[in-house]
Design a protein around this ligand. Structure first.
Ligand SMILES: [Zn+2]
Ligand SMILES: [Zn+2]
Length: 241
């Protein structure tokens, strides 16, 4: 095969700028970039779930029960990166922006939100529910984008960045170890267990080292808070401050 070298630039991957193989001719990106992006999207689903759990723990579990005034249970220290990734405008909106541009390029039109001029501002659904759907769409259409979508390079970069940000936000770099989340409220033979409980921001499992009781998820965490509040209220009657 003769390439007229002075006027023909060998095509490169739109994401990593590597020269494409002949078997990749006509594609927008190399196959490796497609594979890596697909893996990142899959991981992103799990990372986002963790982000959500952590964000919920950081906000405390005050909804549901009337806030008792005297809970001395410290919440998991909030981290802005986690909270902003979980919120509207965070991961959900960024994935949505990519999906919308792909839909437009495919000529599929946007979903109902498009009726409004403010495409993102009007999007007020639940990120926790929608992020998995966004990720599914992107995984399903990634082969098309890597073949045919000429702006896919910037989207692949955005996915790489988002994946890295979620990982970083959940990492223990700056907060090694565990944080105290109050005392065990379990009653054993009429006495409160009272052992110090600890948790990490990246994991919602809390286990009492003394009595072995375990709280596994957000639901359990709420129960734990309520039980702790009840114990605190009970003790508060006799012990002032
Ligand atoms: Zn590449
Ligand atoms: Zn205990």
């Amino acid at each position: 095969m003769h390439q007229p070298e002075d006027e023909y630039a060998w095509p490169v991957c739109g994401a990593c700028s590597r020269e494409l193989w002949e078997s990749e001719a006509g594609r927008q990106t190399c196959r490796l970039c497609e594979t890596r992006t697909s893996e990142r999207l899959r991981e992103l689903g799990a990372l986002y779930e963790q982000i959500n759990t952590s964000a919920a723990l950081m906000r405390g579990a005050r909804r549901g029960g009337a806030p008792t005034s005297g809970s001395r249970t410290p919440p998991i220290p909030p981290r802005l990166e986690v909270l902003s990734l979980a919120a509207n405008g965070g991961a959900a909106t960024r994935l949505q922006a990519i999906e919308d541009s792909w839909r437009q390029a495919l000529g599929w039109g946007l979903e109902l939100r498009r009726n409004d001029l403010h495409v993102f501002a009007s999007w007020r659904s639940d990120p926790r529910r929608d992020v998995p759907a966004r990720i599914r769409f992107l995984i399903n259409n990634l082969p098309w984008a890597c073949d045919d979508y000429d702006s896919v390079g910037q989207d692949i970069e955005e996915i790489r960045r988002l994946h890295a940000e979620c990982k970083q936000a959940l990492s223990h770099d700056r907060k090694p170890g565990r944080v105290n989340v109050g005392h065990c409220p379990i009653q054993i033979d009429g006495e409160t267990c009272g052992a110090q409980l600890t948790a990490t921001a990246a994991n919602s499992h809390i286990r009492c080292g003394n009595c072995g009781t375990q709280w596994d998820d957000m639901w359990g965490w709420r129960e734990l808070r309520q039980a702790q509040d009840a114990v605190a209220a009970e003790e508060g009657r006799g012990v002032a401050a």
